[in-house]
Design a protein around this ligand. Structure first.
Ligand SMILES: NC(=O)c1ccc[n+]([C@@H]2O[C@H](COP(=O)([O-])OP(=O)(O)OC[C@H]3O[C@@H](n4cnc5c(N)ncnc54)[C@H](OP(=O)(O)O)[C@@H]3O)[C@@H](O)[C@H]2O)c1
Length: 249
């Protein structure tokens, strides 16, 4: 039987791949057969992820990028095309968060979150657009959050940015549907890692997760491979929440 989840021969570009969930998704996409471009703010970290993929027998390069800077994003895409000749999958994962009550949030904190999480998603999508449109195929996967759907105090900029990513996903899905391009998002619940290491009151969060625990990063595998592969060819404009049931509350 044909493996509709295979990514053999595909080229995946993952932003924020230097650590955390981006690094894990880069490895998962490689395991599924894709060549993976590890793009991130800190090149040394992206190099480490690339080296780990190469050690496992995969194909990978690393690129330094600031997703909030149009020229830097354009360079990332040109470097990818120079190395692999095409791009099939874009994972807009790079993200930042500043937890602060709105009354205390600085303009810089607000701008930083919107610039990376929202503008970065737009800039990277726009930069791969010509390749996807020319190929009449492509998969965009935007990483958003349950906090983009459910409000939480101290998440003014983060929640706003992630809600906007959900809406941007729908707009881009409409614009690119005529070119057979799928644009979807993954809405993450609480995953173990840096973003959640400093939660003030983890118990109160755990009490609100029906499955009763935070997720292991590796539990993203099924969803990221599904949305990257031909298995999801008739799915577009959706946000698939991987949240242990959090949004059922
Ligand atoms: N962890 C969770 O539970 C959770 C929940 C909901 C949503 N999310 C979302 O999932 C994504 C990954 O989260 P994570 O927990 O893995 O975060 P993380 O550990 O903080 O990693 C974020 C990555 O993004 C990179 N990055 C930040 N700003 C960038 C920029 N301007 N240009 C390029 N790369 C940049 C970072 O680079 P450096 O290495 O230089 O710092 C880092 O590699 C984010 O979009 C986040 O909002 C996470």
């Amino acid at each position: 039987m044909k493996n509709i989840f295979s990514l053999n021969g595909k080229v995946a570009l993952v932003t924020g791949a230097g650590q955390g969930l981006g690094a894990v998704m880069a490895q998962i996409l490689s395991d599924a057969g894709a060549s993976v471009v590890c793009a991130s703010r800190t090149l040394s970290k992206a190099n480490d992820v690339r080296d780990s993929i190469l050690r496992e027998g995969g194909s990978s390069i690393s690129i330094q990028v600031d997703v909030g800077n149009a020229q830097s994003v354009e360079n990332m895409v040109q470097q990818t095309l120079a190395e692999y000749g095409t791009i099939d999958i874009l994972v807009n994962n790079a993200g930042v968060n500043h937890r602060e009550l709105c009354v205390n949030m600085t303009e810089e904190q607000w701008d930083d979150v919107i610039r990376v999480n929202l503008k970065g998603t737009f800039l990277c999508s726009r930069a791969v657009g010509p390749t996807f449109i020319k190929n009449k195929q492509g998969k965009v996967i935007n990483i958003t959050s349950v906090i983009g759907s459910q409000a939480l105090p101290t998440r003014g900029s983060y929640s706003s940015s992630k809600a906007a990513v959900i809406q941007f996903t729908k707009v881009l899905a409409l614009e690119w549907a005529p070119y057979n391009i799928n644009v979807n998002a993954i809405g993450l619940g609480y995953f173990k890692g840096r973003m959640n290491d400093s939660l003030n009151d983890p118990e109160s969060i755990l009490n609100r997760i029906p499955l009763g625990r935070m997720a292991d990063p590796e539990e993203l595998a099924g969803t990221i491979i599904y949305l990257s592969s031909e298995a999801s060819n008739y799915v577009t404009g959706q946000t698939l929440f991987v949240d242990g049931g959090f949004l059922c509350n």
